[in-house]
Design a protein around this ligand. Structure first.
Ligand SMILES: [Zn+2]
Length: 419
């Protein structure tokens, strides 16, 4: 069993009813929620566990954060990744979607540099990965594979050359929009402005295909999704989206969209954000805080914290705790994540589902407080009767497969175009 077994033991002693002089102390093992069976432990810690969306990058700029140390707050750092068996991570490169043009490009470059420098700083633990093969090599060496995804088309500053430059620097996917429309793609949480993708947006997709950069349709409007699906030569990912059938949020995917994504070989990586996985929480959060897009609590925290991400996270967690204690926000169990995985698997099969937590960028359900809790997902899927092969694919295999497909498409397009 694993290391903190002793912590989860409950010592229960009681007097023997028959022999009043003798006392017996009996140790009963409590059904601790974090206990993982040996089978799940073995499967989880021998798998490539690849999370396609983590906002930890913003924290790299905080004076209170060190990627190499166990931090008291936040969701991800190297020690907790080791503890949770998360051995491949997409660091998200992101700024607010209302910032466009050169300042957005500058921020993207700052963050790409910060990820690369941190990987160098902790090179005994991490390795920068560009391909599925790199991820496998890192795993074989016992290192964490660090990948990058740009979150939002606004970060290329409306300049297609930035797609190539970002790809050269190691960016392996780009989300076409964030919460707001960019110059060429409509977002799911903004008023439609382009009727999906513009012609320039379609050229961006073609360039991404050529660069072997995965096209990520999380955040985009339904029409943008269908446009991207039509144009892209490589399968798409939804790097951090959940199922609208279980929680009706525009950020989630409808069953029809998930089916269309899977029919072209794509993968939906399930997001753990409470507002995206639990209807009662989403409704209460919309009322209490304005919801995830127009969140008043985040806006206040950003102001109070002078945009320091670790401080914002702390303020958010405190405010949320308070609202939950006051009964204004309902409790949400981590098991809702399993419901979403299972829904998507039943809909399209286990080869089209993955993990895209949104750690450090979202509000986590109870029991999934940080990435150290990830083995519970493996345990839950085993208990549901999933095969070991299906679980390995959900944990990371499907994302590796789709990366390989996109790399193949890139080689073919480059060979036919001569560049
Ligand atoms: Zn996001």
């Amino acid at each position: 069993m694993w290391h903190d077994f002793e912590m989860h033991r409950t010592r229960v002693s009681f007097l023997c009813a028959v022999c009043s002089l003798a006392a017996a102390a009996i140790l009963i093992r409590a059904a601790a929620p974090d206990d993982i069976s040996e089978g799940a432990h073995k499967l989880h810690f021998s798998s490539i566990v690849l999370d396609t969306h983590d906002d930890t990058t913003q924290r790299l700029f905080s004076k209170d954060f060190d990627l190499g140390k166990r931090n008291p707050e936040g969701h991800v750092d190297i020690p907790r990744m080791r503890e949770g068996g998360m051995n491949a991570i997409f660091f998200s490169i992101w700024i607010d979607g209302r910032i466009m043009g050169p300042p957005a490009v500058q921020k993207a470059l700052d963050q790409i540099d910060a990820v690369r420098e941190n990987v160098k700083k902790y090179s005994t633990e991490m390795m920068l990965a560009r391909t599925a093969e790199d991820v496998r090599r890192a795993h074989a060496q016992g290192k964490i594979a660090a990948l990058m995804g740009v979150e939002g088309g606004h970060m290329i500053g409306n300049d297609i050359r930035l797609v190539r430059i970002f790809a050269d620097l190691g960016v392996r996917y780009m989300t076409l929009s964030h919460f707001y429309n960019d110059e060429w793609a409509d977002s799911s949480t903004d008023k439609p402005a382009h009727n999906g993708l513009t012609d320039f947006g379609k050229d961006i997709i073609r360039e991404m295909n050529r660069q072997g950069m995965l096209v990520d349709i999380s955040h985009v409007s339904d029409k943008t999704f269908y446009d991207a699906l039509e144009v892209s030569k490589a399968p798409l990912i939804a790097s951090h989206s959940s199922c609208r059938a279980l929680c009706n949020h525009p950020r989630d995917m409808s069953d029809d969209m998930i089916k269309a994504l899977a029919a072209k070989g794509g993968v939906i990586q399930i997001n753990y954000e409470k507002s995206f996985i639990d209807q009662a929480y989403k409704d209460a959060s919309d009322k209490e805080t304005g919801g995830v897009v127009q969140n008043r609590v985040v806006a206040d925290a950003m102001k109070n914290c002078n945009n320091d991400e670790a401080c914002v996270g702390r303020e958010m967690a405190n405010m949320e705790k308070k609202l939950t204690e006051e009964g204004k926000l309902p409790h949400v169990s981590w098991e809702r994540i399993i419901d979403h995985i299972d829904h998507a698997v039943k809909l399209v099969g286990a080869e089209h589902v993955g993990l895209g937590s949104d750690f450090d960028g979202a509000s986590m359900p109870e029991g999934m407080e940080d990435c150290s809790k990830l083995p519970k997902i493996t345990e839950a899927l085993l208990r549901k009767g999933y095969s070991e092969g299906d679980i390995r694919n959900i944990l990371g295999g499907n994302t590796l497969r789709i990366m390989e497909q996109s790399e193949r498409v890139s080689r073919e397009l480059r060979a036919s175009s001569g560049r």
